[in-house]
Design a binder for this molecule. Structure first.
Ligand code: ZN
Length: 154
């Protein structure tokens, strides 16, 4: 198990250091801001939709290593998928980070791929909001027609 954890840790470090799709989008179809006041993480998620498909996705902002790595992984996970698939992935990811790897179904873990690297945050409740912030923003962007501000406070 420790070698898996090490691999996961390296994945998080890598995404934090070299975030994917970290850029401004000039003409997004949808946009949402995510703010986590507990930690100060603040990201904007941009979507370019083609009908029901997320043609392109990017993010910008600043936050802790977990939130940034998670935002980066989120963009690689949902780029090119349908809206419904992205929402489904969000639910599975949310279950994973709130309840941990043990609670997840094997099929879900496989589907989540590198997102599984963030399962460890389930042991640190304060970090769960960091890990799910970009996903909440994605969810908010998908759900609304206009730009929207999403916070992790429920
Ligand atoms: Zn954070």
């Amino acid at each position: 198990m420790s070698s898996v954890n090490e691999l996961y840790q390296q994945l998080i470090l890598d995404h934090n250091k070299n975030p994917r799709n970290c850029r401004h989008m000039d003409h997004p179809t949808k946009i949402a801001e995510g703010y986590n006041p507990l930690c100060g993480d603040h990201f904007t998620v941009f979507l370019e939709m083609d009908g029901d498909t997320i043609k392109d996705v990017s993010f910008q902002g600043a936050g802790c290593a977990i939130s940034k790595a998670s935002a980066s992984m989120m963009t690689t996970a949902v780029k090119g998928v349908k809206k419904a698939e992205a929402e489904d992935l969000f639910q599975k990811f949310h279950t994973l980070v709130t309840r941990g790897m043990k609670s997840a179904v094997e099929d879900d873990i496989e589907e989540l791929g590198c997102l599984g690297a963030l399962a460890g945050v389930s042991e640190f409740p304060a970090r769960i909001k960091c890990a799910s912030l970009a996903w909440h923003a994605l969810h908010g962007a998908l759900a609304s027609e206009d730009s929207k501000v999403v916070t992790t406070e429920e």
